[in-house]
Design a protein around this ligand. Structure first.
Ligand SMILES: NC(=O)c1ccc[n+]([C@@H]2O[C@H](COP(=O)([O-])OP(=O)(O)OC[C@H]3O[C@@H](n4cnc5c(N)ncnc54)[C@H](O)[C@@H]3O)[C@@H](O)[C@H]2O)c1
Ligand SMILES: [Zn+2]
Ligand SMILES: [Zn+2]
Length: 372
């Protein structure tokens, strides 16, 4: 047992509070991780703002990296001391989807309970109240106990922040392009919404060899950053004039529109724009997550008549144990400039301020650093 410092929300819709919690030793199939870095993703904000209701109290954060401090029964002791990235969707490895190799659709993931595989948590307050860990990994903490299947060793030389970003934004965005959509060499691509996830779609499109990459956002600074990551064209979106944005994306792509449009916001209007900008045969890939209950619509006749497609992409179709090291190696080889996503480093106590910036659409990726 040890005392840890963590950012906790009492329940969805409430601000984070920094608390001292008790963390029990790892049980069978579990790993104790000293957290080194944790990114602030919009999915944390969806929970913090009550768009998605999660049980509480719960430690925030799901985009993290650390070093293995100890392992429980049945876990390879060689892991101790290794730098690791954490997957936010620890696979159960036995359900039908896991057996089919589609771990991102696992129906038995402990992440669904925000607890360990046996359904219990290793975290308590001093008064004994159990505290959950968001998606089983609650990375906004100095230490965490996580399921062993969430732990992916990183190759030597990968900075902690890069490993953390591979844990969500990078795998989600790059994977949406190279795994979910399998964008072929030479295709034209547009990305609507340039946060950490959309900028990773841009990097993924560059990695795939897209011939045009059109970066679309309301924020000019984001467009500039996308240019550093491989975007070739840009459109400054006008949220009140979706028709104008669609026309600009189409004109920028030529040939009637981009072969692929990635929506990385989770907004019904931009989802409709993603579909609306497609040429016949084009594919819209929905990566952004909406509030619960929201619907998006599009005109059905041209969609069917033009043989268009819509794909939903969860976690960039990630199989963490295979894909995380590949993304890390691509970073080391200079083919995925993941570190360029980082625009701010902060302490756990500044998390609410980081959420304010994210809510205003001003952040690429803000990284909470956990002092060693
Ligand atoms: N599918 C998945 O598995 C998965 C995983 C992680 C995150 N997500 C979701 O992806 C989304 C993006 O996450 P993020 O962390 O990059 O968010 P973010 O808030 O950092 O980025 C959103 C971007 O969209 C831009 N934007 C907002 N409204 C716009 C509009 N009308 N037109 C054009 N641009 C607009 C903002 O300026 C900002 O740059 C969130 O919904 C998040 O929950 C999905
Ligand atoms: Zn995320
Ligand atoms: Zn499973």
């Amino acid at each position: 047992m040890r005392e840890i410092r963590a950012a906790v929300i009492p329940s969805s819709g409430h601000p984070t509070v920094i608390e001292t919690l008790r963390l029990a030793d790892p049980g069978p199939g579990e790993v104790l991780v000293r957290m080194t870095s944790s990114g602030v993703c919009h999915s944390d904000l969806h929970v913090r703002d009550g768009h998605w209701v999660r049980p509480g109290p719960i430690v925030m954060g799901h985009e993290g990296a650390g070093a293995v401090e100890a392992v429980g029964l049945g876990v390879d002791p060689e892991l101790v001391g290794h730098a690791v990235a954490l997957s936010w969707y620890a696979p159960c490895l036995v359900c039908r989807e896991c057996q089919r190799g589609r771990q991102w659709l696992c129906s038995g993931s402990p992440a669904l309970q925000h607890a360990q595989l046996d359904g219990t948590t290793r975290l308590t307050r001093a008064d004994g109240t159990p505290v959950l860990a968001y998606l089983s990994i609650g990375t906004m903490a100095s230490y965490q106990v996580v399921p062993a299947t969430a732990v992916v060793p990183m190759p030597d030389g990968v900075p902690a922040e890069v490993a953390a970003l591979i844990g969500c934004g990078v795998s989600t965005g790059v994977g949406a392009v190279v795994k979910t959509a399998e964008v072929p060499f030479g295709a034209t691509v547009a990305v609507i919404g340039l946060g950490g996830v959309g900028l990773s779609c841009v990097m993924g499109a560059a990695l795939a060899g897209a011939s045009k990459i059109i970066a679309v956002d309301v924020n000019r600074a984001k467009i500039d950053l996308a240019g550093e990551l491989g975007a070739t064209n840009w459109v400054l979106a006008e949220p009140d004039e979706p028709g104008k944005t669609i026309a600009a994306i189409r004109a920028s792509a030529g040939d009637g529109g981009p072969d692929f449009v990635f929506e990385a916001i989770g907004n019904p209007s931009t989802i409709a724009q993603a579909v609306g900008a497609l040429p016949p045969g084009g594919t819209a890939v929905l990566v952004g997550l909406t509030k619960y209950g929201q619907q998006a619509s599009f005109e059905a006749f041209p969609f069917v008549d033009g043989g268009r497609r819509i794909l939903g992409s969860n976690y960039g179709s990630a199989v963490a144990a295979i894909d995380f090291p590949r993304y890390a190696e691509a970073y080391l080889a200079g083919r995925l400039p993941i570190d360029k996503l980082i625009d701010r480093r902060l302490d756990l106590t500044e998390l609410e301020d980081a959420f304010d910036r994210l809510r205003a659409g001003q952040a690429a990726r803000q990284m909470v650093m956990h002092p060693g």
